[in-house]
Design a protein around this ligand. Structure first.
Ligand SMILES: Cc1cc2nc3c(=O)[nH]c(=O)nc-3n(C[C@H](O)[C@H](O)[C@H](O)COP(=O)(O)OP(=O)(O)OC[C@H]3O[C@@H](n4cnc5c(N)ncnc54)[C@H](O)[C@@H]3O)c2cc1C
Length: 364
């Protein structure tokens, strides 16, 4: 029986593992460094709230995510946004934006096909995908959390993975579904000239703060998806806010609401400032934009240092060079760090990694 090791239990790694497990001839091991699976998808469900700590949805045009959801048996849990329009905040206050204007406020490009369509998610939160993948994989693959890989190397018959505790695993194929800089460290000299470029991969950091209030504490209709702050009006890195409990159904208990504030901080600030400092920044920011009284009922601070890849032309060339260098070996790269940021890209990349096993004759 062929053996495949997937390093990294985020969405891309789990998708690859799930697709590979459909073949009875393949044994799959997933090695995840963190305490739980999911990577940048983490949904907290407590006290009637569903709080997204990472991704909150995926692009409407995605075909790969609904297809994966259907194969996992959770296609009927997909939902769209309850509302579509957003507000922009500038010194003249809040005003409703035209479709696409929110992206312009934040100076990023959205394809015309995606304009005004919003995003899709799952009724219980994005982690539904992870829970379903974990559920399906538990009986068919070996899933290990707290397994920190330190080295991936080509061998005569495939590739091997060494863990922090010194244990070594051999496989016919290794899928590296890890962030770019971690992958550079895992593969070291086997990346050839692409090593330096991956080790210095450009990234952005993110902090999000979710604040829960009684509905009566916020004197606004909350009748949109949220607000974006004009680039020249941003303070403390606060770029946008989501009216989470208005944007999607079942996000908060009756009579309460939650607001999610998005910061774009330096990696140093992500680590340096404690949760209380981020909460104070979020409260000050939300009070600038909305009439809010009193203190939040609950708060959730989520830190993502160096988490978001930046696909500059230079970085795309580095990824292409890394893949060309690895092509003769039984090692493939997967994940949104290599194949395009976001949930849709992570699923497509996981599908492609599993297809590699077929090309190599490991699966039927
Ligand atoms: C705050 C935030 C909001 C986002 N919002 C959206 C959104 O709304 N829509 C959207 O499309 N995308 C969004 N994204 C991006 C999206 O979540 C990611 O693109 C996607 O989840 C990445 O999946 P992945 O499997 O490629 O990588 P990851 O989720 O990063 O998984 C990589 C895994 O590798 C593990 N790992 C690292 N090193 C090792 C090692 N040495 N050994 C073993 N395991 C290791 C990590 O612990 C991690 O679990 C958001 C991201 C963030 C941070």
């Amino acid at each position: 029986m062929a053996k495949v090791i997937v390093v990294g239990g985020g969405l891309a790694g789990l998708t690859a593992a799930f697709r590979l497990c459909n073949d009875a001839q393949v044994h799959v091991d997933v090695l995840e460094a963190g305490p739980s699976l999911g990577g940048q998808i983490q949904t907290d469900r407590s006290a009637g709230f569903a709080i997204e700590r990472g991704a909150e949805g995926f692009v409407f045009r995605s075909e790969a995510v609904p297809a994966l959801a259907a194969d996992l048996g959770i296609g009927d849990e997909l939902i769209g946004q309850s509302v579509l329009h957003s507000y922009g905040f500038s010194d003249s206050g809040l005003r409703v934006l035209a479709p696409g204007e929110a992206a312009a406020f934040l100076s990023f490009q959205v394809s015309t096909a995606d304009l005004g369509k919003g995003i899709r998610t799952f009724r219980r939160g994005m982690a539904s995908l992870i829970w379903a993948l974990e559920d399906r994989l538990r009986s068919r693959a070996q899933l290990q959390c707290g397994a920190v890989a330190t080295r991936i190397e080509p061998t005569d018959h495939g590739a091997s993975v060494t863990l922090e505790d010194g244990s070594r695993y051999d496989a016919d194929l290794v899928v590296a579904a890890t962030p770019a800089r971690a992958t550079a460290s895992l593969l070291g000299p086997h990346l050839g000239e692409a090593h330096a470029g991956l080790a210095l991969a450009p990234t952005l950091s993110s902090v999000t703060v979710e604040l829960a209030f009684e509905r009566a504490q916020v004197d606004h209709l909350l009748d949109g998806t949220g607000f974006v702050v004009a680039t020249d009006q941003q303070r403390d890195g606060l770029r946008a806010g989501t009216f989470s409990s208005a944007k999607f159904v079942d996000r908060s208990p009756p009579g309460q609401i939650s607001l999610r504030l998005f910061f774009r901080p330096s990696p140093e600030d992500v680590r340096r400032l404690d949760d209380d400092a981020w909460t104070q920044r979020a409260l000050a920011g939300v009070r600038r934009v909305l009439p809010v009284t009193g203190q939040p009922l609950r708060t959730w601070v989520s830190r993502w240092p160096d988490a978001l890849p930046v696909f500059s032309d230079g970085y795309k060339a580095v990824v292409a060079a890394a893949e060309a260098t690895l092509a003769p070996h039984a090692i493939v790269l997967a994940g949104s760090a290599f194949h395009g940021a976001g949930i849709d890209a992570a699923v497509r990349s996981g599908n492609a990694a599993a297809a590699t096993a077929k090309v190599r004759g490991l699966t039927s």
